[in-house]
Design a binder for this molecule. Structure first.
Ligand SMILES: *Cc1c(COP(=O)(O)O)cnc(C)c1O
Length: 458
């Protein structure tokens, strides 16, 4: 088989190769429930290229070896992380995307796809209730979306030259903010955390007081970050009130909706992130609950022109943009793939109804598990989304650590994979109910085993 597709005739060998690769993938899915979510360590094929290129069969066998060792998000017991099974339309779109090999760097390297990305971002912005001036840009993950948001906020506050500028976010905000602050060259104490209430939501009075204290100190605040869906608790900060405060104080509001933002896409679930429309910028990660293949994150901004203000450098080696601007002029990345293709096609596959039932199904599974866990003996953390975390009530940090380790292990032996976050100094077991293959029987078994695990304490 030729290593490049023929430009002047249909190549049946290429077709057969892609079909065989697809068949391997379909077989991998079809056997997911036989094997657990987390495979045993498997052999890896040679890394170095061989002296002579490999045959199709050898290539496929090498691929197979790596697939055997892969994490399996399609197993119904894959409940540990925000990594659901992939939408099948997203898989097809990813294949086409690779074949097109377009580049969102510049419009002439991705004419239709650049436009599709702009339009898709505008659709998201509209659904999330942002104004007509809004727009966005795709990014390879939420960490990058958050970083771009902070860079834009700093620029709009005219604080580029002030390393003392501060970002305020709840103590449960995502670690990517700490990373953003570091690479932005801000002071080591630039990320100041606001305490949360017992529901895991940012304490509004504390936020107001911290803003006041900063003002008294003469230290500028470049942004407040509210989280819509915290990593362990699944809490949504009080967006309406935080937005009102930020507007009064004239501070940029970024909503990190990497987990929760997508709930605004369906009318039936939008109330869980009420107020998100008031944000100056929003991170959403369709790669999380919606099953768009990785990576898929969007940074949405209420004013589209802020993107170019922050990131445009000019692209003197390119033809001028004729549409909405070059992809690399509105974000931090240069060359990047057309990730929008799998997002767009995936959402078209789901349709409004599919999106809604995915979101509602996830919340319902969380509610069902929550009802079955023994609330008299567990501390249960959960917000309005699809996450729940628990730890034994009558245990100290060491006992909780031992319990969580042993319980996670015994659950894994039953092909149920949950995660073990350290949260406020104590280990929890966390369950993410975003997997549409998870049925009542799996949840019943999980709840029974978790409740039984408490018997092992003391
Ligand atoms: C996942 C997540 C991020 C980071 O997204 P990546 O795609 O992993 O970079 C940021 N914020 C929150 C709240 C998240 O859950």
């Amino acid at each position: 088989m030729a290593p490049f597709a023929k430009p002047d005739h249909f190549d049946p060998e290429l077709q057969a190769f892609l079909e065989q690769a697809s068949t391997r993938l379909c077989q991998w899915f079809a056997t997911a429930s036989n094997r657990g979510p987390l495979p045993a360590l498997s052999a890896l094929p040679d890394v170095a290229p061989p002296p002579q290129g490999l045959s199709v069969d050898a290539l496929l066998d090498d691929l197979q070896l790596v697939m055997e060792g892969a994490y399996q998000p399609s197993h119904p017991g894959a409940l540990a992380h925000l990594d659901p099974p992939p939408l099948t339309a997203s898989i097809a779109a990813d294949l086409i995307c690779a074949g097109l090999n377009n580049n969102l760097l510049a419009e002439e390297l991705s004419p239709s796809l650049s436009r599709l990305e702009r339009e898709m971002c505008r659709w998201f912005a509209d659904r999330l209730g942002l104004p007509l001036t809004a727009g966005g840009v795709a990014a390879s993950g939420g960490s990058l979306s958050n970083l771009m948001a902070m860079v834009i906020a700093r620029q709009q506050a005219d604080l580029q030259d002030d390393p003392r500028a501060v970002v305020l976010a709840s103590v449960d905000a995502h670690v990517s903010l700490a990373k953003a602050i570091r690479v932005m060259g801000l002071a080591s104490d630039a990320l100041q955390t606001v305490p949360v209430d017992h529901e895991g939501c940012m304490n509004l009075d504390a936020l107001e007081n911290q803003l006041k204290a900063l003002r008294a100190e003469g230290r500028p605040c470049l942004a407040v970050v509210a989280t819509a869906g915290t990593t362990v608790h699944g809490a949504v900060d009080p967006l309406v009130a935080v937005a009102e405060l930020c507007s009064r104080e004239r501070v940029w509001l970024h909503v990190d909706g990497a987990i929760g933002g997508v709930f605004a896409l369906a009318a039936a679930t939008a109330s869980v992130v009420e107020g998100i429309s008031q944000a100056d910028s929003i991170t959403v990660n369709p790669q999380k609950l919606l099953g768009i293949t990785k990576t898929s994150s969007l940074l949405l901004v209420a004013n589209q022109s802020h993107l170019a203000s922050a990131f445009s450098t000019g692209l003197p080696y390119m033809e001028p943009a004729w549409g909405d601007g070059h992809g690399s002029e509105i974000g931090l990345q240069g060359t990047r793939p057309a990730e929008v293709l799998k997002l767009w096609l995936g959402l078209r596959q789901l349709g409004e109804q599919g999106i809604q039932s995915l979101l509602e199904g996830a919340i319902q599974r969380r509610q069902s598990l929550s009802r079955q866990l023994d609330a008299s003996r567990f501390i249960l953390l959960s917000g309005p989304l699809h996450l729940i975390a628990c730890t034994p009530k009558n245990a100290d940090a060491d006992q909780a650590s031992v319990w969580s380790l042993a319980t996670r292990q015994s659950l894994l032996e039953q092909q149920l994979m949950v995660s073990r976050p350290l949260h406020h100094g104590r280990h929890f077991l966390k369950v993410v109910l975003g997997n549409p293959h998870t049925q009542s029987m799996h949840l019943n078994r999980l709840a029974t085993l978790m409740n039984q695990s408490l018997l092992g304490l003391r």
